[in-house]
Design a binder for this molecule. Structure first.
Ligand code: GTP
Ligand code: MG
Length: 192
């Protein structure tokens, strides 16, 4: 499996556009602006592949990428951006909910991306609790590690693990910007 051979398939604004085959889904969720799209770009090794912006709320649809017809990479809209209008937030969370309702049984791994610099938000906690409730296999990706000192990485991971009550769930320190953690993430994706 070569993630560099990933292609963009489509943006789905409703369940009619969600994947219809049995290929396994690797799903990227997380708060708005945390770097879900950037993480996908790093995995496939192409800048500007999944759309990235300094404006939170850029990913408004469920963006679907296919790797060699065998894996779907699913880029979800972000949750919990306070400056997004209530109506928009409701639309995104409805779409995210519809996606999970539709595809739950095909999800091989849910990647919850968090910001390594901050204590996880209520939204992060809710996402993890919800996924655990449905027995979804989860890996946490602690992104933006380039923004902190090396010596701060371990304490940050510890805080994230404790706040999210991760137990034995894997957490990968990662930098979509610099590429740190890419090998660990790809290994996990191949094993999913
Ligand atoms: P939404 O689609 O709005 O939910 O955002 P997203 O989670 O897809 O985030 P996106 O990938 O668009 O990145 C948001 C911003 O964070 C962009 O300005 C990125 O360049 C920046 N960013 C993402 N990952 C990293 C990282 O590892 N390090 C640094 N320094 N910046 C990052
Ligand atoms: Mg995005």
């Amino acid at each position: 499996m070569d993630f560099r051979k990933t292609v963009f398939v489509r943006s789905a604004a409703s369940p009619a556009g969600f994947p219809a085959d049995g290929a396994k889904r690797l799903v990227f969720a997380g708060r708005s602006n945390v770097g879900k799209s950037s993480t996908i770009n790093r995995i496939v090794g192409k800048k500007g592949f999944a759309r990235v912006s300094s404006m939170p709320g850029k990913t408004v649809h469920v963006n679907l990428f296919s790797t060699e017809g065998r894996i779907w990479l699913v880029d979800l809209p972000g949750y919990g951006y306070s400056k997004t209008s209530m109506a928009e937030r409701e639309r995104y969370s409805k779409l995210i909910e519809e996606y999970f309702d539709y595809d739950m049984k095909n999800i091989a791994r849910l990647y919850v991306i968090v910001d390594i610099r901050h204590k996880p938000t209520e939204g992060d906690i809710a996402m993890i609790k919800w996924a655990q409730n449905y027995d979804l296999p989860i890996t946490v990706v602690a992104n933006k590690s380039d923004k902190i000192k090396k010596s701060e990485i371990e304490p940050s991971l510890k805080l994230i693990r404790q706040t999210l009550e991760l137990g034995d769930i894997l957490i990968i320190p990662f930098s979509a910007e610099k590429g740190d953690g890419r090998d660990a993430l790809i290994k996990d994706m191949l094993e999913a």
